[in-house]
Write a protein that binds this ligand. Structure first.
Ligand SMILES: C[S@@+](CC[C@H](N)C(=O)[O-])C[C@H]1O[C@@H](n2cnc3c(N)ncnc32)[C@H](O)[C@@H]1O
Ligand SMILES: O=[N+]([O-])c1ccc2c(c1)CN[C@@H](CO)C2
Length: 267
């Protein structure tokens, strides 16, 4: 049983997320300058390059990839969808699950055009950019479901969703530190998601460094656990992970656009 304070902190975070606005969030973080495919130092191309390397160079493989706290974004599985034949997307909010379903059903029901992302990852894979339609079809084919998740629950997913052995790989981007009231809750959540992973499975974790808040929509200010590299490493170790590689991106001044106070990104 968590002590009362922890439960109150978690409930307060859930209340903050009631105002989350997927379209605004995508606009803030997934359009230029943060997603500028012509700029070598833009954040999103850096993340896509790291994910491409992680999914193709490491010995990351298996059947099932689970994305923890997908939000309204798909970039985090554009490389993984070529390596795993089942991808499970998850989020705490129905508005985000709905946004992802909109893309999946390909009826124009989503707030961001993911084509430049698909084209960019095709380029990283040495394919011609026009292969983006094949990649989109592949992703729609491997996404098996879009389900609710709560990383503060010792059992974050409904019981019958994962095979008994667990997932072969987890990916989670800007979730745990953005949904936890404090560092202790962040570490507990790391442990909770670790139980979804089979022994020897991989966790690809992307997160914010030095961030204390971000806007999840107009006027929707959400508190974040400010992390430094040492805390990330110590938290992973404490929750039973073996760190294989840590990469850090430091935001250039013009990537600080007022939607948060993040200073760096780790993977
Ligand atoms: C900053 S967004 C990250 C979205 C996306 N992964 C990305 O890379 O941009 C944090 C996400 O965590 C979700 N979330 C909020 N509370 C959560 C919880 N208790 N468990 C899991 N996810 C939660 C939110 O709905 C939101 O989609
Ligand atoms: O630059 N980015 O690509 C990017 C994408 C998502 C997010 C950030 C930066 C920083 N804030 C987090 C929420 O804590 C969400």
């Amino acid at each position: 049983m968590e002590e009362k304070g922890a439960e109150k902190g978690v409930a307060a975070m859930a209340a903050c997320y009631q105002g989350f606005d997927p379209a605004a969030y995508l606009q803030y973080n997934y359009t230029p300058p943060r997603a500028d495919f012509e700029r070598k130092d833009s954040i999103v191309p850096w993340k896509l390059a790291c994910l491409h390397r992680a999914f193709t160079e490491g010995d990351v493989s298996g059947e099932l990839l689970v994305d923890i706290g997908s939000g309204p974004t798909l970039y985090q599985v554009l490389s993984g969808c070529e390596v795993f034949n089942k991808v499970l997307l998850t989020d705490f909010l129905e508005v985000n699950r709905q946004e992802l379903r909109g893309w999946l059903q390909d009826e124009g029901g989503c707030s961001l055009d993911w084509t430049p992302y698909l084209q960019h990852v095709c380029k990283l894979e040495g394919r011609r950019p026009s292969a983006w339609t094949e990649k989109a079809a592949k992703l729609r084919q491997v996404i098996m479901d879009i389900v609710p998740i709560d990383v503060h629950c010792p059992q974050p997913l409904a019981l019958d969703i994962l095979p008994s052995a667990g997932a072969d790989c987890l990916v989670s981007c800007f979730c745990l530190e953005s949904v936890s009231p404090d560092l202790a809750a962040f570490i507990r959540a790391l442990g909770h998601i670790g139980r979804l992973l089979r022994p020897g499975g991989h966790l690809l974790l992307i997160g914010a460094l030095g961030e204390s808040y971000y806007f999840g929509g107009p006027g929707v200010k959400i508190p974040v656990v400010p992390l430094n590299e040492a805390q990330v490493c110590a938290s992973l170790k404490e929750s039973g992970y073996t760190l294989i590689r840590l990469e850090v991106y430091t935001l250039p001044q013009d990537m600080r656009v007022g939607v948060d106070d993040v200073s760096g990104v780790f993977l």
